[in-house]
Design a protein around this ligand. Structure first.
Ligand SMILES: O=C(O)Cc1cc(O)ccc1O
Ligand SMILES: [Fe+2]
Length: 451
């Protein structure tokens, strides 16, 4: 039962019978978990005195008055407010927030990047975060940022939380551990994790170097999409999401807590580990999900549907059906459509599309869009299959065909995305990306018939 191998860590609650070690299944469930017997008050939240001398503390992820409040009650060794120093501003120059519009950087275009290489420098979750695009405004809690992380070193006695955002983490290389106030989440490629706004954690390297993508959501939380006529089954099933059981450490050590707040970073010092929540209950918790559990639904006779059928999670924007962010997964699946151009069609989209490749080959771009790489097709800018994909798909003999060994994703937002200076000038931008369409020749010759 004791998954943590780190010697100074963590007393962990027993996993409920029949579930995956260390995790509890369900999306948005009202969980309860305790690492010591009787640590969780029963029948009430704020007893006059808590067992074990714990402090009760609520973490609210929605307004108190939200229609369905999301909040968690924590029973901890010390309240979070006990930090001994004022916050001091620090600089993390590569982690940007919207609005971040550099007049020298042009975002109007189709862009593609090779994987950002590891530099050899020791980088943590904080120093290794590289913002690629920002959209919206962190101060008004709309929009998002996309990042690449390059992490080679564990945080030691350093902790972090983002007051600005929840983070959707999409690993591409290496294995990470998020040791959080509410328990431990380990992730590797083909899995994702969500770290809620306000949750304190430390990020450790289990197997490095680690690279991946992050969608920083400034707005309303990610939720499971409405399934409409698809009905109750397929896509992402709620039980495949896993939240950790309670785990705590009772450790005195000079430590820091860094906060991301309105785009700025501030640090305070504390004398103990803040991962001291012995028991908790509630529906506001970190979660992981194995993307291999995503059950894609698609066209089974003809035509290519909108990619929204592959939505794993959506973060609403307030305008129904128009997401602040959709997280969309293009994974292994069968293609069976008859007399159909099967790859994505050529299109322009009011939403802006940031894509990343986790592994394998993406059907619209057989070359150049490689694992660890990213592309951006910004608001209303045309894009679609490259010449090679077009020719292949237009001339293929159409039998049932498995798109195998492939996993790419899209962070699609209703807001235009602005490149950071890093994305435009330091990251390995492919200068010749738009050439992948130049050789699409005119086939029209004024005579009818398919050509
Ligand atoms: O542009 C892309 O490759 C993403 C995408 C995929 C798809 O199947 C349909 C539309 C779309 O934007
Ligand atoms: Fe697209």
């Amino acid at each position: 039962m004791n998954r943590p191998t780190d010697p100074h860590l963590l007393t962990q609650a027993a996993t409920p019978a029949g579930t995956t070690e260390g995790y509890m299944p369900g999306w948005g469930n009202d969980f309860e978990t305790e690492a010591l017997p009787g640590a969780l008050p029963q029948g009430m939240n704020s007893p006059q005195k808590c067992n074990y001398g714990l402090y009760g503390e609520q973490l609210s992820g929605t307004a108190f008055t939200a229609t369905r409040p999301e909040r968690t009650w924590c029973y901890r060794i010390r309240p979070s407010v006990k930090h001994s120093h004022r916050y001091e501003k620090i600089d993390l120059p590569y982690w940007k927030s919207a609005p971040c519009i550099d007049p020298d950087v042009i975002s109007l275009g189709q862009y593609r990047w090779d994987p950002v290489a590891h530099s050899g420098a020791g980088l943590t979750w904080l120093t290794g975060m590289r913002t690629m695009t920002t959209a919206g405004d962190v101060n008004t809690q709309v929009g998002m940022a996309s990042h690449i992380y390059l992490v080679t070193e564990s945080m030691v006695d350093d902790y972090f939380f983002s007051a600005d955002s929840e983070l959707l983490v999409v690993p591409q290389e290496g294995r990470l551990r998020f040791a959080t106030e509410l328990g431990i989440i380990d992730v590797e490629p083909k899995e994702i994790a969500i770290l809620p706004r306000g949750l304190v954690y430390r990020v450790e390297v289990l197997e490095g170097p680690c690279r991946g993508f992050v969608c920083e959501n400034y707005g309303q939380k990610f939720e499971l999409p409405g399934r409409g006529p698809i009905g109750a089954n397929c896509m992402a099933n709620p039980r495949d999401f896993k939240s950790p059981v309670a785990a705590f450490e009772d450790r005195e050590a000079p430590s820091t807590v860094t906060v991301k707040w309105c785009g700025q970073f501030h640090t305070t010092r504390i004398g103990h580990s803040p991962l001291d929540v012995v028991a908790w209950h509630g529906n506001y918790a970190p979660v992981k999900y194995d993307l291999r559990n995503y059950c894609p639904v698609g066209a089974i006779l003809f035509d290519h549907p909108d990619p929204s059928i592959f939505t794993v999670l959506t973060a609403p924007s307030g305008v129904p059906g128009t997401a602040n962010i959709d997280f969309v997964l293009f994974r292994e699946r069968w293609m069976v459509m008859e007399d159909t151009f099967r790859p994505p069609w050529y299109h322009k989209n009011i939403m802006s599309e940031l894509m990343g490749n986790i592994y394998g080959q993406y059907d619209a771009k057989p070359q150049g869009f490689v694992p660890g790489g990213m592309s951006l097709h910004n608001m209303m800018l045309p894009h679609g299959p490259d010449k090679e994909a077009f020719e292949k798909a237009s001339n293929a003999n159409l039998g049932p065909d498995k798109l195998d060994h492939t996993m790419s994703f899209m962070f699609e937002t209703r807001f235009p995305q602005h490149l950071t200076e890093f994305a435009a000038k330091e990251a390995p931008l492919q200068d010749d990306y738009i050439d992948c369409w130049t050789s699409l020749e005119k086939k029209f010759d004024g005579t009818p018939g398919k050509k």
